[in-house]
Design a binder for this molecule. Structure first.
Ligand SMILES: [Zn+2]
Length: 342
């Protein structure tokens, strides 16, 4: 009898290993209950804590190379560490130092990109990037530019998405591909942190299958008064038709936001496609999506404060990016670049 009990226990153990660790791509990408359970770890309380910390007066507007930016970098690194993420495999910590020369005399001190890494289970060499810039304008004429929407909002989303994937991995649902989370410095100085990254990548650029960049997703733009369900999508179809469809499908299945492609028009006079860090990846033929809420009356003003962030909307927007990233990280085939960028 004891033998049978032991046998049953062994079989049960093996079954639990199987159900936890060997889900196929098809199983991992179709299990909406499982995926939603991790998307929902991205929650308003955590997002609010991150936004209010990063955009606090204590962080002094996070100007590149200054004390407040360094405090923000430490905060982000500590979050990645606490979730159990790996950092920059070249330096062993969570930073990529960006030297003064790369900051083109626009900073008095060197700065750093912040990096967190989750290794893929089946195709670790293939990488999905999820990024935001975390620097802002600092203090000017004695006024702190808190940069709550620009871009404590996107940065909070990136670290929450990192936490969601790390929770999944701990439970045996690690991503098939690797996930690289990067918070760039020097964006407000001219996309300098991301320019440095792509020239000094910690992984071969040709292995980056897609880059999702988040810059301002915590507010309602001036052209969308009262609309609490939209998000601008820019660039998704410029290099890969699949990337556009994956983001659309994730939204239709889960998030049900009103995705607006107005600023994706090739002749858009605002040229937003060229104005945040994703463009440095697109230049290298890496398919990108730029998630954006549009500009508003507090854009690049000291009044871009955390109390004005719509935490509920920001949380839902962050979840869409998680759903899209889940598909990109777990689907059977790497997305195809089938278009030439103009
Ligand atoms: Zn920005």
């Amino acid at each position: 009898m004891k033998k049978y009990i032991l046998l049953i226990a062994v079989l049960a153990f093996l079954w639990s290993c199987k159900s936890n660790k060997t889900l196929s791509s098809a199983e991992l990408t179709s299990n909406s209950k499982l995926i939603t359970s991790y998307a929902n770890t991205i929650n308003e309380a955590d997002i609010k804590k991150h936004v209010f910390t990063l955009a606090s007066d204590e962080f002094e507007g996070r100007r590149t190379g200054e004390k407040g930016q360094k405090m923000a970098a430490e905060y982000l690194a500590n979050e990645y560490k606490s979730y159990g993420l790996k950092g920059n495999h070249l330096t062993g910590d969570y930073f990529q130092n960006v030297p003064l020369e790369a900051l083109k005399n626009k900073s008095e001190h060197p700065s750093e990109n912040v990096i967190g890494f989750i290794e893929g289970i089946e195709k670790p060499e293939e990488i999905v990037v999820i990024s935001s810039h975390y620097d802002h304008e600092g203090i000017k004429n004695g006024e702190i530019y808190n940069g709550a929407d620009d871009n404590a909002s996107g940065t909070s989303a990136v670290i929450e998405i990192a936490q969601a994937f790390s929770e999944a991995k701990k439970a045996g649902y690690g991503p098939k591909r690797s996930l690289l989370f990067i918070n760039f410095t020097g964006e407000e100085k001219g996309l300098l942190g991301s320019a440095y990254y792509v020239s000094n990548s910690t992984y071969p650029l040709e292995n980056i299958t897609a880059a999702l960049n988040i810059d301002m997703i915590g507010r309602i733009g001036k052209d969308k008064p009262g609309d609490t369900n939209y998000l601008y999508i820019i660039g998704a179809d410029r290099l890969s038709s699949e990337l556009h469809l994956i983001n659309e499908d994730a939204n239709q299945k889960y998030s049900k936001l009103d995705l607006d492609y107005t600023y994706n028009a090739i002749d858009d006079k605002n040229r937003f496609y060229y104005r945040s860090d994703h463009y440095n990846f697109a230049k290298h033929n890496i398919p990108i999506i730029f998630y954006f809420n549009g500009v508003h009356e507090d854009y690049h003003k000291p009044t871009d404060t955390p109390d004005k962030i719509n935490i509920e909307l920001l949380t839902r927007r962050a979840r869409l990016i998680f759903y899209t990233a889940w598909e990109l990280a777990n689907r059977e085939n790497r997305i195809i670049v089938d278009k030439a960028d103009k």
